[in-house]
Design a binder for this molecule. Sequence first.
Ligand SMILES: Cc1ncc(COP(=O)(O)O)c(C=O)c1O
Length: 425
Amino acid sequence: MTRSEQLFGRAGRVIPGGVNSPVRFYEPYPFFAASARGSKLVTADHRTLVDYCMGYGALLLGHAYSAVADAAKTQIDKGTLYCVPTEREVKLAEMITKMVPCAEMVRLVNTGSEATMHAIRLARAFTKRKDVIKFDGGYHGAHDYVLAKAGSGAASVPASEGVLEEASAHTSVVPYNDAPALERAIEKTRPACVIIEPVLANIGLVLPDKGYLSDVRKITQQNDVVLIFDEVVTGFRLAPGGAGEFFGIKPDLATFAKALGSGFPIAAIAGRKEIMKQLAPAGAVYQASTFAGNPVSVSAAIAALDVLASGKDAIYPQVARTCDSIVEGIEEEIEDTGGLDCTINSIGSMFQIFFTKDKVRDEASAKKADSAKFRKLFDELLKRNVFIPPSQFETCFVSYAHEEDDVDKTVEAYGEAFKKIKEQK
Ligand SMILES: Cc1ncc(COP(=O)(O)O)c(C=O)c1O
C-alpha cells in the first residue's frame, strides 16, 4: 500500500470525501503532496512530478518562489495578524491600481469566492436591481449567487443541494461567445450585473472569439449593467494588468486572487470609484473579514507584484514561449501517433486539450469531448511523473519556473500517453 493510499484511508475517516476541495479527488485516491519547489511537486511517496496544476493557476512564479517566501517569512516574525490597518495594505492597493487599468479603488479579501460574492453585492446596490447574468461553464466560486451551470468541480456533478432556489432564481446563464444571447438575456432580466471569466478556465480552457469581449462591454454599457471581469485566474497572469490589459477592455469591477498572492490566500475586488465607495464603512454595502489584508498574505502579494511588474518584459514572454513549446510539442506528438481527434486551446501561460475534433468555443462544445480519453491521459501522464489537473474541466498552467527539460519530459510523456490512448480504441 502506498503512503498516499494510507493517508487517504485516514483522511476519509475525518474529512468528508478525504479532501478539502472536491476537485482534488479522483478514483481510486489522490496522491498526497509532501513538498514543492519551482516546477516540481514531491509526493508523500517520494515521487517528483512536473506540476501543471500549479495551485490551479496561483503559482505563476512557481512553487516557493524565493522573493515571495522570504517576504512572508520576514513578516511572520513581526506578527501574523493585527486587525488594524497597515502601511503595506495601502502599498499593495496602490500597486494594484497602477497595474490594473480598471482599478481605481481596491478592497482586499481572502478568496476568489469572497471577491465575486461582494462584487455582485456591490453591483446590486449600485444599480438597485437584483439579477445576475453569468455564462455556461463559468466558475466564480461556490456561493449561492453563482453556482448555476458552473464550471470546475461543479461541471461534473448535479446542481448542488442546499443552494437557495430564491438566490438561483435571480441568476440567468447564457452561452459564452454568443453576444446576441447576452443581449436578449439583458433585455429580459434587466440585471444588476454580468459576471464573466474573460477567458473561461474552468470548463477546460475556452478563448473569447475576436471582438466578443468588446461586444460584451458595449452591450453592458448601453444597458447600464455593471460588467464584472472575474480575473481570479487571468489576473496578473495573462498580463501584469490581467485580461483587462491583455484585451484592452475596462470592466466596471474586477475580481482577483490566485496569482496575486503567488500561493498565499489573498484576493481583491477592484474597480470604479463610484461603485467601490459603496463598501462599508464608506458606504452601505457591508463586507468584512478578520483575515482581510493580513500582513503575511499582503507581504507575499507585494513581493509577487514587485517581481511581476519589474520583470514583466522578461517573465510574460518567457512563460508564453514555454507554453507554446509544450503545445507545439504535443501537436507534433499527435501527428506522430497518426492523428487523434483532439483540439488544443491555449493562451499566454495556459493550455488544455480536448478529445474532440470540433473547435471548442463554449461549454456545449467542451462537454462533447471524450472525458474517458482525458482520464486515460491523466493516468498515463501521472505514471510518467507529469501532473495535470485531474479533470477535463480545468486548465493546465505553465509557470516561470518551468524549464526546457520540463518541456521535453512533458512532451515525451504526452506522446507516450497518446499511444496508449490509441491502443485502447
Ligand atoms: C474564475 C474563478 N473565480 C472564482 C474562483 C473562486 O476562488 P476561490 O477558490 O479562491 O474561492 C475560482 C476558483 O478556482 C475561479 O477559477
